[in-house]
Design a protein around this ligand. Structure first.
Ligand code: PLP
Ligand code: COI
Length: 356
């Protein structure tokens, strides 16, 4: 795909950018450029551009604004200790984006074009990749831009990639998470869009996230829609349970949870360290009783934005349960290995790292 490159005429001055990179927070500040690509039924993918980041001018009847035909990805560019810029398993994001597109009845962007677009943005905004513990969070997304109010898959789409330098996702840093178990809301049902990364899933989770916040919790644990019994995932992270015999359990990919790339990587890293990992259903009752009996020694959540975060407490209408002592040595070890591969200090045995 040819992306016409027009560098920003007045990018953020270097001194302002450096100051911003010292403490960027999460999702607040953005780099200078964006990549865009359009799709129409007649022309297919066309009009690839790398240009200054700027607002879209879209018609008020654009289908995305009415029927939420939108998908996205979340990935990061890292600056290694040697100063190289790398992406972590970008092919996995490209493949998931293609599956999300299929589920939302959107055109599939060729996976190579997805990676090319992401790399083009990292290249032009390379000075926005923080060094040290930070990274450049990349947000590829696609939405229905056709001006049409009939309910059917749109015939025009815009694909875009934006980037923001980020530090830790949680304000508390490494403080163990406090999770809220919602009695009222579910995130995804069989046959629904739970395994796709579409904006609508997040819109539906916000009220539960707000409920969690009123109970002083960081995130919501979503249970299955049918029985309200099986642990699925958090609003933006997958879950792992570490037993006192060292074995690990994570909920299986049954179509209602997001197939996390961090989840897949953690499973492979843990197995590489000789740990037994089972993808098996785990119930909320089991979580409570294992936490109380001490059979559960750790629980942690993982995802691109949050990396690996230990879970300290679970709060629900029936009370609060503490998980282990919240220290999470297994989570810590897996996190070190994962970050080590991403940043070049641990050998990349699986070929996960791609130099930009
Ligand atoms: N589950 C949900 C709902 C998410 O939004 C995310 C974040 O992307 C994850 C899990 C973790 O996925 P990944 O590890 O690919 O970032
Ligand atoms: C991610 O980890 O990339 C996510 O998408 C989680 C959240 C920021 C939506």
């Amino acid at each position: 795909m040819n992306f016409a490159v027009t560098p920003h005429a007045s990018p953020v001055p270097a001194d302002v950018r450096s100051k911003t990179l010292e403490d960027p927070g999460f999702g607040r500040v953005f780099s200078d450029h964006m990549v865009t690509l359009r799709w129409s039924k007649e022309r297919g993918w066309h009009d690839g551009k790398v240009a200054a980041r700027q607002p879209f001018a879209i018609d008020p009847a654009s289908s995305v604004l009415h029927y939420a035909q939108e998908i996205f990805e979340g990935m990061k560019a890292y600056r290694t200790a040697k100063g190289e810029l790398v992406l972590f398993r970008p092919d996995m994001n490209a493949a998931r984006f293609a599956r999300s597109a299929e589920r939302l009845a959107m055109p599939v962007l060729p996976e190579a074009t997805f990676v090319e677009a992401v790399e083009a943005l990292v290249r032009i905004d390379k000075d926005w990749v923080p060094s040290g513990a930070g990274s450049l969070y990349l947000r590829p997304f696609m939405f229905a831009s056709e001006a049409f109010l009939g309910v059917r898959p749109a015939l025009e789409y815009i694909f875009c990639v934006i980037a923001c330098p980020v530090g830790p996702y949680f304000k508390g840093g490494d403080k163990p998470l406090k999770l809220w178990v919602s009695d009222n809301y579910t995130r995804a049902a069989p046959g629904g869009t739970g395994a796709a990364k579409c904006g609508g899933n997040y819109a539906a989770s916000l009220i539960a996230q707000a409920e969690a916040a009123t109970h002083g919790c960081d995130q919501v644990v979503f249970l299955d829609a049918a029985e309200h019994r099986w642990v699925e995932e958090l609003g933006g992270m997958n879950l792992f349970f570490v037993m006192n015999d060292g074995s690990i359990v994570t909920p299986p990919l049954t179509g209602t949870i997001l197939p996390g790339i961090t989840r897949d990587s953690i499973i492979q890293i843990a197995r590489g360290l000789g740990l037994q990992v089972k993808e098996a259903p785990y119930s909320m009752d089991q979580w409570r009783s294992d936490a109380q009996s001490g059979k559960l020694s750790e629980a942690f959540a993982c995802g691109t934005a949050a990396v690996v975060a230990s879970i300290g407490e679970i709060v629900s209408s029936s009370g609060t349960i503490r998980v282990g002592n919240g220290a999470g040595p297994v989570a810590q070890k897996l996190k070190e290995q994962l970050i080590g591969v991403q940043r070049g200090s641990v050998a990349d045995a699986h070929g996960w790292v791609r130099r930009v």
